[in-house]
Design a protein around this ligand. Sequence first.
Ligand SMILES: NC(=O)c1ccc[n+]([C@@H]2O[C@H](COP(=O)([O-])OP(=O)(O)OC[C@H]3O[C@@H](n4cnc5c(N)ncnc54)[C@H](O)[C@@H]3O)[C@@H](O)[C@H]2O)c1
Ligand SMILES: [Zn+2]
Length: 383
Amino acid sequence: VSDAGDPSVSSVLVGSGAGAYPVLVGEGLVAHLPDLLREYAPAHRYAVVSDDNVAALYGEDAVDRCRRDGMTADLFSFPHGEASKTREQWSILTDRMLAAGLGRDAAMVALGGGVTGDLAGFVAATYLRGIPLVQVPTSMVAMVDASVGGKTGVDVRAGKNLVGAFHAPRVVLADPETTRTLPLEERAQGLAEAVKHGAILDDAYFDRLGEEAGPLMEGDVPATRSAVLRSVQIKARVVSEDERESGLRQILNFGHTLGHAIEAAASWSIGHGSAVAAGMVLEARLGEALGVTEAGTARRVTDTLTRFGLGTVPRGVVDEAAVLGFLGADKKARRGQPRYVLLERVGAVESTRGWSRDVPHAAVVALLAEAFGAETAADGVTT
Ligand SMILES: NC(=O)c1ccc[n+]([C@@H]2O[C@H](COP(=O)([O-])OP(=O)(O)OC[C@H]3O[C@@H](n4cnc5c(N)ncnc54)[C@H](O)[C@@H]3O)[C@@H](O)[C@H]2O)c1
Ligand SMILES: [Zn+2]
């Protein structure tokens, strides 16, 4: 298939400083990888990078298919998990590609979740000063979020995603069929970001996600395709306007100021989506407490996230002092003051003071005291 003629494949254009690129969403894209690579990223050789899980599920087949089609393709796999998103793994991959003799006429195919997209994307951004990249996201996180927007990079000891580059792909191929093999927990992590897309820009999408939570969590392919498409449209619109996050792109950080602090306070023992979901609930409550967010918004956000098994504040796993401690260390803090994206209501971000703002520290302290202390009080347990 080529995207044009096939009604089951949708195309969303993403603007970028390096030129616009399409995100194709539809079943069968991975099966038609050879044709799509020829069309969107013609090259003499292809380096397909996947983690070991995705290599076994899709990577080996994809490379075989390319070879049968007369293309030169090699699979480079690495151990799955965030622990591989490092400079060390970047070194290993670049050295292996150099040893295999891949030149400037090669292209990179990042086939996998967000770890693969970020790591292989960073390799593509830097290998021989940059080779073409094709993103083939296979996790929900990668489809609705990581594969769109051109950010690539690795984690370092000082923090996550601190070393990287913008490297726009030639095309993103999001095939919802591949999410059928995704563990339930991983599916929910991505759907948290989808709920965020509805919360910041699309009330109707937000409601639809709540209604379709069952099929989405069961891996229903049409429901997944429709959510991926809407999320990609929303993220594409935002990053097309503001690729480098000086303005509008900040709204994608709704739920992330407190979410990141919770994630860090939990020493990354809970998933990013789970932490962000708790962050969205808390930031909606914060907005309501400040009179910025329409009353009832936090209730709606909580109700929708609950359907995905998300949105509970991880009491017992983290405590409020630790969350407060990490807030000051936020990467996006200005002069040590964390910034918050607050909703006006579901589907709209409050923006009279810019896309993000600082809020009185006392309001955050009171919010966390209530969120992390309420259960103890209700149980009548004194500490
Ligand atoms: N660049 C960006 O803009 C951006 C945005 C959001 C997240 N991220 C990054 O993405 C990463 C998280 O992504 P993730 O949650 O996809 O992690 P991941 O890539 O580790 O994938 C999660 C797990 O699912 C497995 N998996 C992936 N696809 C599968 C499939 N189809 N079937 C079965 N198993 C599959 C993987 O092997 C892995 O074990 C983080 O490092 C985060 O920083 C980047
Ligand atoms: Zn996120």
